[in-house]
Design a protein around this ligand. Structure first.
Ligand code: ZN
Length: 204
């Protein structure tokens, strides 16, 4: 399995491509920019087979409908699936066009998914949105807008909740061992670095 990364859009959202040996790719948070994602796909010669969303905000899910139209299956938590069909995706608030879509699959907390031949564990980590999720693949932890390098996601948007976010970040810190952390924005980090240097969970 290979991992590719793209940072795109005005909010510099991180898109991750997990590419299987057979050339099928799982996209984690497609972002808003459809063309750039398709460019990466053709440049490396893989085929996008699924899109997993850490949450439904427009900057992460804005191109999901177009990728779905190309044949990719879209996965999201049950609570954030609703936001793909209403304005809780914040597209309207930020003056962005959002193409509504019906997710193909929803997942629940702790569910072990097999997506395009890749084993992925989903954790529901509410706080940034009520249905925000993180994904574990081998030693990689994809955290969306839950956990950033020495920071955490905002909780002042619709369905955000500060207490829930603290709980969710603590839950990530309580995972056994270390992970490379791939967040929804900004630099990569590791869980061990965040356990030491991320002061957020001391705030409660
Ligand atoms: Zn967000």
């Amino acid at each position: 399995m290979k991992l590719y990364h793209l940072s795109s859009g005005p909010l510099r959202v991180n898109t991750y491509f997990l590419v299987n040996e057979d050339g099928r790719a799982v996209v984690i948070d497609g972002g808003e920019n459809y063309k750039k994602v398709k460019q990466v796909e053709s440049e490396y010669g893989f085929k996008i087979c699924a899109v997993l969303l850490t949450h439904a905000h427009f900057d992460h899910a804005g191109n999901a409908k177009k990728l779905q139209d190309d044949g990719a299956k879209v996965y999201v938590s049950e609570l954030d699936a609703k936001k793909l069909l209403n304005d809780d995706n914040l597209g309207k608030d930020f003056g962005r066009k959002f193409e509504y879509l019906i997710a193909d699959y929803t997942f629940t907390d702790g569910q072990e998914l097999e997506v395009c031949g890749i084993k992925i564990k989903a954790l529901i980590t509410p706080g940034h949105t009520d249905g925000s999720a993180c994904f574990i693949v081998d030693n990689m932890l994809f955290t969306g807008d839950t956990l950033f390098l020495e920071s955490v996601g905002r909780t002042d948007f619709k369905t955000g909740n500060r207490e829930e976010l603290i709980k969710s970040v603590k839950r990530l810190f309580d995972l056994d061992g270390d992970y490379v952390v791939y967040p929804g924005h900004q630099e990569f980090t590791t869980l061990s670095h965040e356990r030491k240097n991320n002061g957020f969970v001391d705030y409660d």
